[in-house]
Design a protein around this ligand. Structure first.
Ligand code: OAD
Ligand code: ZN
Length: 265
């Protein structure tokens, strides 16, 4: 355990006026949800290009459902079983103390919101918010109920034909059109980019937590913060993904590091 760095991070946060966190999949890893680029992560199991756009997704479902659906069921199962971990808890506490003003996240798993955090910017959307493809209707579904129901519906299919799979896609209660999950796919615009970049420019400390920094523009937030004079703190057990700009780097899991940092504040 790196007590010196933990103490320094606590001190930096204690003295901060406007701290912001930028979080990635690593923050939910200890909740049992796979990251994307770690060994055995999601992109080891499915080809990114097959889910990069809605059209590519439909095509790969048509051609490769027997491989994709069992894996999606595993991912859905991890959503059924997940719960916020001590990292989410500590971020919530930091917000409650008035230290952390905003959590900008690339995660669509809803766990930080479920833990009670209020000021969250979900750059890549939310898996459990369904939006109508035709009108403006959208609704936030319960994570566990949605994931469990989807597994149960898939289990009832006798064959994974595209027609069978599409028959499970929910319909809009307002206009009857197909709905989809309101997550950002690769060709789509991220959500609330203006707010995220304003917060990055405004903060005096940015906690960069559990992200590989591989996906633009989210990856640029710490750079923007640094450019405006912010102290950059990176917590990641495997890599300092911002080694060129980080002021403090703590090689620990966020679920272990953040509660210790909190207890030193
Ligand atoms: P990645 O999978 O690219 O990176 C996860 C990071 O978390 C890695 O740097 C790991 O070292 C680190 N990590 C693993 N376990 C951790 C733990 N317990 N505590 C802290 N860190 C840990 O995930 P993201 O950077 O979030 O996009 O990926 C960004 C985007 O790529 C995702 O939002 C997704 C994907 O394509 C969309 O879905 C649009
Ligand atoms: Zn509609």
């Amino acid at each position: 355990m790196d007590n010196t760095t933990i103490n320094k991070i606590s001190e930096v946060l204690r003295n901060s006026k406007y701290a912001v966190a930028s979080t990635g999949a690593g923050v939910s890893a200890e909740s049992g949800i796979s990251t994307f680029r770690d060994d055995g992560g999601i992109w080891d199991r499915i080809d990114v290009s097959s889910v990069a756009t809605p059209a590519a997704f439909l095509k790969s479902l048509e051609e490769n459902a027997d491989e994709l659906i069992p894996y999606f069921k595993e991912v859905l199962d991890s959503f059924v079983n997940a719960a916020p971990n001590p990292g989410h808890d500590a971020l919530f506490e930091l917000e409650t103390k008035g230290i952390l003003k905003t959590i900008i996240t690339q995660n669509g798993d809803n766990l930080q919101a479920e833990r009670g955090s209020k000021n969250i910017v979900e750059l890549h959307g939310n898996f459990f918010r369904m939006k109508c493809l035709a009108c403006s209707f959208s609704e936030q579904l319960d994570r566990k109920v949605f994931a469990a129901n989807t597994i149960a519906s898939l289990d009832q299919l006798t064959e994974y034909t595209l027609e069978n799979i599409l028959s499970l896609v929910p319909r809009c209660p307002e206009c009857g059109s197909l709905m989809r999950s309101d997550v950002v796919m690769f060709t789509e615009e991220i959500k609330d980019a203006d707010k995220a970049f304003e917060e990055a420019a405004r903060c005096d400390v940015m906690l960069v937590l559990g992200t590989s920094g591989s996906v633009y523009p989210a990856s640029y937030l710490p750079v923007e913060a640094k450019r405006h004079g912010s102290t950059i703190v990176v917590i990641n057990p495997h890599e300092d993904s911002y080694s060129n700009i980080s002021d403090l780097y703590l090689p620990m899991k966020t679920g272990e590091a953040l509660p210790q940092i909190l207890s030193c504040i």
